[in-house]
Design a protein around this ligand. Structure first.
Ligand code: ADP
Length: 480
């Protein structure tokens, strides 16, 4: 490593303090990996009322976060991630004392523009107050998009550079023009080369335009977002900034996601003790009162129930799945139409189909451990972590060949015995069903299936490798 850097990683969710998806996993696991490389990395996030389960002590470090335009002062709490990485939590009851992170019952909180404008400003104020002058501020997703702009107005940060990571371009933080006042930003920024996005103020666009470098969470997604199909209207900006745009595949935190040590599953197992996986399977059969044959494969999905995740393909494959000798478990929350669909299906076929419409980390581990296959028919997938966790648990992924799924899953070949899953090239019912059939026929050949499971379990996707790439990217950002 060339130089030990001071890095501040900013995120709206960080595991184990608050989580809705992969952003939290990355924000909780990348910093310890960077610390192990010798960097002085610290993390900062809002302090919601929901993270009680983190089981971590949080100390009020007596700092006032007084931001112009906001009547209520904030406070700063401190705790630790793994490897003693300091994490700061910004408390401000008016904006963060909520049951959820972004919204409730399928609707965003109406004051998200205030909540995250405040957050972006409070992050900088907090860094100054604790006298932590970072070389790099690593911003993540739209909630942090205004930081590169605010930074430019404060000479204390004159030497600080910014890296903006896109975890999902589909969520942009676009608000009516009138909300410019709330951000405290100058009206002169409201134009095409600034933060205007089709008549709205866009936090995502601010991040894309004003940070020194850009990263996204897989090499394939870094290319895909430069196309009209997956650019969500931002493709022009991303094309213009392509010299500064990098794709780094996320890693897996094997201290959390390892079937050999996982305390959340009923039996630990590894590639040399695959028979123990059967106990995890039996646990699921019991828990969901399934009635299966000995060789009925259990398919699962652990996911946000949103259009992005290709739930409509599962709906289209319903007849086939009902006909075949398979079982399907869904753990997820999200759009009402999908919840209704799964609720109804599992009522009709309670012997085979089970649905848990909630966010439940520990159940996620149990389902992954006891299932035979994971379905990820995502329309787009910036990285996807669940398929990488599944590999380690010997649960074979069947995925749409897109984004991070493209980079992390290799099609299994019966001939060569190489590969770790099954991929279909286009998100349409026939391709999906074909891929499923391939997987099911392979499942019937016990020895071949075990080989396939072991291929996945042997793959090392640990954060160490990705953290080294981030480390190089930070150095590059400093030179930019
Ligand atoms: P995304 O970030 O798009 O939601 P990822 O696959 O990158 O998708 O990450 C999803 C993370 O959230 C994984 O850790 C997955 O296990 C977890 N997850 C998603 N839905 C649920 C749920 N309902 N209950 C428990 N964990 C969930």
């Amino acid at each position: 490593m060339s130089r030990k850097l001071k890095i501040l990683l900013v995120s709206a969710e960080v595991h184990p303090f608050a989580k809705t998806g992969g952003l939290a996993d990355v924000s909780g696991a990348l910093p310890p990996a960077l610390k192990r490389l010798g960097h002085d990395i610290r993390v900062i996030m809002p302090k919601y009322s929901c993270p009680a389960k983190a089981g971590k002590e949080m100390r009020n470090i007596k700092v006032d976060l007084d931001i112009p335009g906001f009547s209520q002062k904030g406070a700063l709490f401190q705790s630790e991630l793994d490897d003693n990485v300091p994490i700061y939590l910004i408390e401000q009851a008016e904006h963060y004392n909520r049951k959820h992170i972004y919204g409730e019952s399928g609707a965003d909180y109406p004051d998200n523009v205030e909540r995250f404008s405040y957050f972006c400003q409070a992050v900088l104020k907090a860094a100054k107050t604790i006298n932590f002058k970072p070389d790099i501020i690593h911003c993540n997703d739209w909630h942090t998009g205004l930081i590169p702009l605010y930074l430019k107005t404060d000479s204390w940060f004159a030497q600080t550079k910014t890296l903006f990571s896109i975890h999902n371009l589909g969520y942009q933080g676009n608000f009516p023009r009138s909300s410019l006042v709330t951000t405290g930003l100058d009206e002169s920024l409201f134009h095409e080369e600034g933060i205007e996005f089709y008549g709205q103020v866009s936090f995502m666009k601010a991040g894309l335009m004003f940070s020194d470098t850009l990263a996204t969470v897989s090499p394939a997604y870094s290319q895909e977002i430069q196309t009209p199909e997956l650019g969500f209207g931002m493709e022009g900006i991303l094309q213009k900034r392509s010299d500064h745009l990098y794709g780094i595949l996320n890693g897996v935190d094997y201290s959390i996601w390892n079937p050999e040590t996982d305390p959340l599953i009923p039996a630990n197992f590894g590639s040399k003790s695959l028979s123990q996986k059967m106990r995890c399977r039996d646990d699921l059969i019991r828990m969901f009162s399934l009635r299966l044959n000995k060789k009925t494969p259990i398919l699962c999905m652990i996911t946000r129930l949103s259009e992005q995740k290709g739930i409509d393909l599962i709906m289209e494959a319903q007849d086939a799945l009902n006909k075949w000798d398979v079982s399907l478990l869904i753990l997820g929350t999200g759009e009402a139409q999908y919840e209704t669909f799964f609720r109804k299906w599992s009522k009709e076929r309670s012997d085979r189909i089970a649905t848990a419409l909630k966010f439940d980390e520990s159940l996620g581990h149990r389902i992954l451990a006891g299932s035979d296959m994971l379905l990820m028919p995502s329309r787009y997938e910036p990285c996807g972590l669940t398929q990488m966790y599944a590999l380690k648990y010997g649960t074979v992924p069947i995925v749409h060949n897109i984004g991070g799924l493209k980079n992390s899953i290799q099609e299994f070949s019966n001939k060569t015995g190489k590969g770790n899953g099954f991929k279909f090239k286009s998100p349409n019912k026939n391709y999906f069903i074909n891929s499923l059939q391939k997987a099911l026929s392979c499942f019937n050949q016990t020895k071949t299936w075990e080989k396939l499971m072991r291929n996945g379990m042997a793959k090392d996707n640990s954060w160490e490798y990705s953290a080294k790439q981030y480390s190089r990217l930070y150095q590059k950002t400093l030179r930019s």
